[in-house]
Ligand binder design. Structure first.
Ligand SMILES: Cc1cc2nc3c(=O)[nH]c(=O)nc-3n(C[C@H](O)[C@H](O)[C@H](O)COP(=O)(O)OP(=O)(O)OC[C@H]3O[C@@H](n4cnc5c(N)ncnc54)[C@H](O)[C@@H]3O)c2cc1C
Length: 489
């Protein structure tokens, strides 16, 4: 049973978006039955329910706006069976990795390893390795989902599918709407397709259609050899050329290219300026060429020779781009790879810490972090757009992200309320242009409560109305995660 919210529960009113909400009740289920009991209590009291995993989301989806917080962080069981894992929703990515049998790996890797699998499924999260392996969706074999009514769906990929667009989900039978899906990396809105696996409807739905109470995950054979390379380039034009060349050579490469990541020169300086903080956390900052931007590439191969050949082929292209191959940082063993990973993860973490510091003086500001993707042929355009507008406004910022998918996070760090207002204006202008290019306003973080208006622009009124109707079929009283994903009518 739920308990009234106490001051000691303050952390549960926030997520990593740094937005703070409010709620009256909170419950920490320890079983699916507890989840169903909490739903019954919410229905009886007409409490809206906000579902929470680990609250690492950055779009405010787990931030309550009144009613009951249903926090799943105590549902953490993990059971390994061959090349699959059966998990409860509160299991963290760290715990999943620890429970993965030797010889296998779980590919989805949102940088934040304290994220829960329920949250990852709800946001269809992705990370560096999604370049090769796709987002969380591609690694889910089945789901158990509690609907607002208390019905539990047991959906298995390959078994439980729509017929054309006709679907049966518990007591509801009907047609799934045709919704626009941009041809880019995308985590915005519901996913539907003819003959779809019905579990896919709940993946990426941000907890608005049902609560994931268990999942079966697919493990992949661990690659025999992994090589990572940090390459430093003199200009954004050289970065774009390298990315395009590596993507074009992908199929001919001796080893699959698994990740292609970007850090602008500001990120590198930001990390160097905080070397002492990082050292206190056991993270070493390597020597970084001043003024250069960085592309990190990682190859997963059946053997060391293939991985090394792929890495050398990339490094050979650097002189033509004005870059020095000898300045590269190579990681070819688990220890070195982990060091580079920690270093890369430090960027978003330290940005959040910096924003917290600034908020002490200017409580009205929050980080403005973009999550937009564009088609391949607009990568150079979007880089130019960001750089031109940021230079014109003088806003403090840094840019990093999954450049292999044309998906960059511009992090604007407002120094005061005026900066915040100027940053919001830029964000809206960029979104309009990116939508016009056929891109997505959210490639991996989801819409949450922060991007509903941008999502309305991207999806259009008809698609929003169709999504709202679909939600009404599965959640007639709007119990689950009201205020998330769908803009108010
Ligand atoms: C430093 C940092 C780096 C990050 N890097 C990445 C990255 O590279 N890629 C990426 O994709 N994300 C990234 N994120 C965002 C975040 O980690 C992911 O969105 C993650 O999947 C959220 O998981 P969570 O358990 O914290 O979910 P929460 O924040 O608790 O919830 C997120 C959403 O999922 C819903 N939800 C949670 N559990 C369930 C459930 N069991 N059933 C139904 N709905 C549920 C919530 O209602 C909410 O709408 C980053 C975050 C941080 C802080």
């Amino acid at each position: 049973m739920s308990e009234p919210l106490q001051p000691s529960h303050g952390d549960y009113l926030r997520d990593e978006s740094r937005r703070t909400g409010h709620a009256e009740q909170i419950v920490f289920p320890r079983s699916e039955e507890d989840v169903l009991a909490a739903l019954a209590e919410a229905r009886a009291n007409r409490w809206p329910v906000t579902v929470q995993g680990a609250r690492t989301g950055v779009a405010g989806g787990a931030v309550p706006e009144g009613g009951l917080i249903l926090n799943l962080s105590r549902l953490t069981a993990i059971e390994a069976a061959g090349d699959t894992l059966r998990v409860e929703p509160g299991a963290t990515l760290n715990a999943i990795r620890a429970a993965t049998p030797p010889g296998y790996f779980f590919a989805p890797d949102p940088t934040e390893t304290t994220a829960s699998i329920g949250g990852m499924i709800a946001c269809n999260s992705s990370g560096a390795l999604s370049f090769l392996h796709g987002p969380t969706r591609n690694h889910v074999l089945g789901l158990r989902v509690a609907l607002a009514s208390g019905e539990v769906l047991d959906l298995r990929r390959g078994r439980d599918q729509a017929r054309g667009r006709a679907a049966t989900l518990g007591a509801w039978q009907g047609e799934l709407p045709a919704l626009p899906q941009p041809a880019v990396k995308n985590a915005a809105g519901y996913f539907t397709a003819p003959d779809m696996d019905l579990c896919d409807l709940f993946i990426g739905a941000e907890g608005t259609l049902g609560i994931v109470t268990a999942a079966t995950l697919r493990l992949l054979p661990a690659p025999a050899a992994i090589v990572g390379l940090m390459m430093f380039l003199p200009s954004t034009a050289a970065v774009v050329d390298l990315v395009n060349a590596l993507r074009a050579g992908r199929t001919a490469s001796p080893a699959p290219l698994a990740a292609l990541e970007y850090f602008d020169s500001r990120c590198l300086r930001f990390l160097q300026d905080r070397a002492a903080i990082l050292a206190s956390k056991g993270i070493a900052v390597p020597a970084l060429p001043p003024g250069a931007a960085c592309v990190y590439a990682e190859w997963h191969a059946p053997g060391a020779a293939a991985a090394e050949a792929a890495m050398l082929a990339a490094a050979e292209q650097l002189p033509d781009l004005g870059a020095n191959p000898d300045a590269c940082i190579l990681a070819d063993n688990p220890h070195e790879l982990e060091k580079l990973k920690l270093f890369r993860h430090a960027v978003p973490e330290l940005v959040n810490a910096e924003i917290d510091e600034r908020r002490r003086q200017h409580p009205g500001i929050i980080k403005l972090g973009t999550d937009m993707s564009v088609p391949d042929d607009h990568l150079a355009d979007v880089c130019a757009l960001y750089e031109r507008d940021l230079a014109a406004t003088g806003l403090d910022h840094l840019i990093f992200g999954h450049i292999g998918a044309n998906h960059l996070h511009v992090n604007i760090l407002p120094r005061n309320a005026d900066d915040y207002a100027a940053g919001r204006e830029l964000y809206a202008r960029w979104a309009a242009q990116i939508i016009a290019w056929g891109g997505s306003i959210s490639a991996e973080h989801g819409i949450g409560k922060l991007k509903r208006d941008l999502f309305r622009q991207m999806a259009g009124e008809k698609a929003i109305a169709d999504m709202r109707k679909l939600k009404q079929h599965l959640d007639p009283t709007g119990l689950l995660n009201p205020g998330t994903l769908l803009p108010a009518p």
